[in-house]
Each structure stands twice: as C-alpha cells, then as structure tokens.
Design a protein around this ligand. Sequence first.
Ligand SMILES: Cc1cc2nc3c(=O)[nH]c(=O)nc-3n(C[C@H](O)[C@H](O)[C@H](O)COP(=O)(O)OP(=O)(O)OC[C@H]3O[C@@H](n4cnc5c(N)ncnc54)[C@H](O)[C@@H]3O)c2cc1C
Length: 485
Amino acid sequence: MIGYYGSYDVVVCGGGTSGIPAAIAAARAGAKTLLVERVGQLGGQMNYSGPPGFSYAYFYNARREKIVGGFGEETYRRLFDEGHALPTKLQRWRNSYQFSYVDPDWWGLLAYQMIQESGVELMLHALVTDVVREGTAVRGVLAEHPSGRSIVLAKVVIDCTGEGEVSFQAGAETEIIGTDTLEPATVAFTADGVDWARFMDYVRDNIDEFTFAHLCEEYDGLTEGEIKQMVRQCESIEEIGEIMGFLSLKEKAIKTGEWHNFSGIGFFILPREGGVIQAHFQHSSQVGFADCTDVRDLTRVEVEARNQDVVAWKFFKKYVPGFEKAYITRVCPEARIRETRRVMGDYVLTEDDIAEARKFADVIGKSSFPAGAKHVIPGNEATVNGTLTLSNVNRYPKDGGSNDIPYRCLVVKGLDNLLVAGKAISTTRGAHNRFLQQTLVTGQAAGVAAALCARRGLTPRELEADVSELQQVLRGQGAILDGVH
Ligand SMILES: Cc1cc2nc3c(=O)[nH]c(=O)nc-3n(C[C@H](O)[C@H](O)[C@H](O)COP(=O)(O)OP(=O)(O)OC[C@H]3O[C@@H](n4cnc5c(N)ncnc54)[C@H](O)[C@@H]3O)c2cc1C
C-alpha cells in the first residue's frame, strides 16, 4: 500500500553535508520544505560516517582570501562560540592553507537545532526509492519507511544523496568510472587516551619520518627543510592538525604483515569539549576496486575496511609512542564513500575551469580545491594506456585564486524540477566537487534556487535565464560570490 504523505514546495533527499544547508536555505527563503533522510541521524559524512579529516578546510584560497561564507561560516561561528571548534589556523605547510576543526557530534546536534529553527519538516528513517515523474518533470518522490511507502509531492526535488541516487532513479544521465580507477572507500574511527606530550616528543625527534604538503613553496618560497623546522616548533598536536608518514615504521611493519598495503599511515585531530583532542583515522582503511552503488561491492567494503582498521590500530598501539594506553571511542557506523556517480547537468565543470580559476555569470559559490586530487591505492594508480592520469596531479586554481561554481552544474540535464547538490554535481571526473566546503556551498545554493522556483512558478532551468535574485538571496545569507580572486 502506498500512502500520500503530503505536498511541499521543496523536498530535499538526503540529510548529509549538502542536504542540511539545502533544506535550511530553502526554508529560510520562504519555502515549505521537507528533508527526507535514510537514517535517524542527520549529518552524513560530517558526523555519521565522518568527520572529514580536515573539516572546514579550503574556506580560504592560497592568497588567504576568504572564499566560503554562508552556512559554513555560520555553523563554524556557532560551534566556536559554544566551545565546540578550534580556532581557525592558516598553516603554511598545508595545501588547504586553512583548517578549522569542529566537533562532529556537536555539528550534528547543531544541525537538528538549525533545522527546527528554520521550520524544516523532517522525515527520518525513510529511504527514497523512486521518483514521481510526468514526462520530463519530477513531481515528487517515493519514500520507504517503517510504516510502509509514501508518495511525497514537491514543486522542486533536490538530490543530496551523495551518490546521485534520486537523479539516477529519475533517469538522469550519470557518469561513473570503472572500479579500477574509482577512489577507495573508508571506515573511519576515532581514539582517545593518547599521551600527546610523548607523541609530540617522538615527532620532534623523528621529523624526517613525516611528510608534509608544501604547495606553499610556490607562494611562500619555503623549502621542505624549513617546513619541517616549522612543524618541529609546534607546541601541540592542535597546531599540527594532521600527520602522515611514520615512514620507516611502515616499511618495517609491511614486511612483518603488521600494516596493510592500502594506505599511508597517519591521522587527523578531532576536538572535544574541555580542550580534549582525539586522534581521528580516516585513511587507515581504503578499500578499492569497488563500485559502492553495487550492493555486493559495498558489503565487501564494509568488511574489508574494518579488517584493515584492526590491523592499523594494532600497529599504532604497538609502535607509536604515546598510543600505548589509547583506546577506540568511535567506529563510524558505515563506510564513507569518496566516489560513485556524478550527475550530468546543464553545465559540466572541467579541470581547466578549476585550473584557470574561471569565473561564471551564474556563480553560486567558489572553490579553491584543486582539480585532479584523488586518493589512489596500490594497484589502481589511475593509469590509462600506461600514462598516469589524475592521481597525484593536482591542478590548483591559478595565481592562488578560486574557481566559480556555476548554477547550471546543479540543474539536472534533460529533467525538470530536479536539482542536485553535494558531491554528485555535474563535473568531469577530474573536477569532482567532493570536498566538504563544496558540498555546503552547493547545498545552500540549491536550497535557495528551489525556494525561488517554487515561489515564482519557474523550473530550475527557467531560473538559469536570470540568476540575479538567486545571487542576491545567497549574498544575503552570507555566501561569497565575488570580490576575490
Ligand atoms: C574517507 C573520506 C575522507 C574525506 N575527507 C575530507 C576532508 O578531509 N575534508 C573535506 O573537506 N572533505 C572530505 N571528504 C569529503 C566530504 O566529507 C564528502 O564528500 C561530503 O561530506 C559529501 O557530502 P554529500 O552531502 O554529497 O553526501 P553525504 O554527506 O554522504 O550525505 C548524503 C546523505 O544522504 C542520505 N541518503 C543517501 N541515499 C538516500 C536515499 N535514497 N534516501 C534518503 N536519504 C539518502 C545519506 O544517509 C546521507 O545522510 C572526505 C570523504 C571521504 C569519503
């Protein structure tokens, strides 16, 4: 039996890092909004299967100009003011230049508060399994939940499922590359009880064991030696933020079977109340050759990732000074998926658009994340005809600037009343917009666009003809659309 649930201006499918800003922005712009989420917890890759190792990064470009505001800025500020975020750091040895660590669980709790404040209705534990389509127009979705199946009607549907599921169900054109080159998936975990003083002594005494990003060489003229010297002078792990390497330990452990060969060794930090810092491991498992839209592969990913995590944690306990009495506090409930489908839209953002720092008249937000940056695991080095393609070939926006994200990347090609936000927006593979800040930006923009379409009786495609009101509302919500490189 299929029941009728209700009729809305905007229905947002997926309550992750793009879906939450999408729903809040739509409601703030005056739309009657429903957010449908598959599990009971809002937050997606930020707190359910996350957090991102360097959360709230790339809010600045390499020139230190702030390029991301809006929902990202607002949530950071609220969390910081309540003691759930660390101060923003501009670090010269990190490619992102800036990072602002936030407590992921408080991020999730804040999301519920903001959803209620803005008047968004929630439908939790509800999986969107199909769409209601009339010709090329999407009129709503079918949701399955503990009480059965319901039709939800909408003037505009926003696909924030991360994997482009709703667009796929609607018959949209999507792209997914082969499993030999898809990025690996991860089950992240967090640990407490680390003796940080002991660990920091180890880092200072063994600085050549670690690797640090140094794009800043290009802008600051720093050598690797100078960067390592700066890191050695850090007084606390908060100042370092993330650490990768343990090079000779890894070499030894690989030989003895005490480290698996699927990732480098390292961790990020995670701030907790009262100044507590935990270690967060988001690269310690990486399962490749898997299409996470295929249930068999996805199941294998969940099992293999946990096996790798066990190997990784035993390694840390045995070999890394400071971790002797540490203990795991949180294993994410499901795998984090880096890459599956991209949904084709009215414009497809390219690597050149990013590298050339291109500007577009229909800009809805900015990004300074490089094109081509991909995770690879041994065995899938992303080669085509023997030539290294995307892996390790980062192309940063030129002159330390940023590229615009055009509104048309959110408008699903060939279909009406359907927008996509988050990591599935319309890009080439090399321009994949999968970073947290990009998903916040595109989510907020899709929410405002959907609300305007509902109010003015336009389809998202018709809105393309004049985006001035969309841009004006976004600026009013704090988004940064101009005035920076
Ligand atoms: C291992 C890993 C490390 C990362 N590290 C970083 C980092 O360090 N810094 C950074 O900035 N970014 C990082 N990212 C990227 C970033 O966290 C994510 O790409 C981003 O959060 C994805 O946002 P999203 O809204 O597209 O998807 P998600 O946050 O995954 O949200 C999708 C939501 O939709 C729901 N959903 C899915 N299908 C349905 C359905 N059919 N019906 C209803 N609900 C549904 C899901 O339950 C989920 O809540 C990392 C990603 C991974 C995988």
